[in-house]
Design a protein around this ligand. Sequence first.
Ligand code: PLP
Length: 356
Amino acid sequence: MYKKLFIPGPTHVRDEILLAQTAPMIGHRAPEYSALQLAVTAKLQQLLSTAPRVYLYARSSTGVMARSVRQASTRRMLNTVCGAFSKRWHQITAANGVPCDAISVSVGQAVTPELVDEALSKGGYDAITVVMNETSTGLMNPVAEIAALVREKYPDVLVLVDAVSCMAGVKIEFDAWGLDVCLAGVQKCFALPAGLTVCAVSDRARQRAKLVPNPGYYFAYADMDKRYEKGQTPATPAISLIQALNQQMDDILAAGLEARWQRHREMATIVQDWAREHFGLYSDERYLSETVTNVENTRGISVAGLNEELGKRGAMISNGYGELKEKCFRIAHMGDLTVDDIRWLLGEIDDILGLA
Ligand SMILES: *Cc1c(COP(=O)(O)O)cnc(C)c1O
């Protein structure tokens, strides 16, 4: 049976978007392709309140997380860690041979500007990584405030943001916040099939990349820039996904960005209220995510059992991530899901668990 996805990626994809992938193939050096890429890029710049460069990578987010740290530092990188995905970025940084340190807060807590300030004040760093929406704990770090602090006090430090599970679900102002890299795979809030990553990059970051001894080749900004103005990528792009993204961006912009942010906030509030009434909320209430809620399993239900029952009714949620398995469960409210979808899902859970 088809299951509607309420998991934090991949998310439910509308039929219109699935169909948009089946448009006839075009050559990636043909003018039609250039027009497509230039159009998509302009729409993404609108989504991000403008960014100097928006690259399209035929890869899942993790690959671009790796490529971005590889091009960002000539000295030492600071990785902020507040859960599984931010921890992974630290591991990726180390694995790519970039000298780095991690500062960690306990799982369910947010990274604050004060913490970042304390760590950067020790000196020696020229870049930091922050996961904007920590998908494993359902928590949103105050990226705008962190970036403001860095821009004001540490102008040489690049701010790299993993916005994988919130870009296109919450407002991001790339230029005004002073970000340097902001990336997201399209299988989450963009509500597309997986395989394409959007990555906004500042001029500062492109200049830095020129000083890095081994920025790599495939996906290096310098390589991407060779054909950027022309609306092309150095290697063959994920043409079908970009065609679908173009359609999705048209739909997103036509419905209005404010309406999209508002719908995400509304869905989050409904799930949070429901969780407070019947279970608990795992993460710091001041920083709850607007795209995914990590519900604390205070009733000791079998999460796997609940998901099995939901499956019979055509829905799927996520278990807790890693060590939080069965201790928590996650309900994603992102992408093209609606308030009605969320109310339906919660009604089914109430019915299965006898909560209503
Ligand atoms: C999903 C996710 C990733 C990994 O994305 P892939 O597409 O699987 O590479 C990274 N960071 C965050 C915050 C995520 O939610």
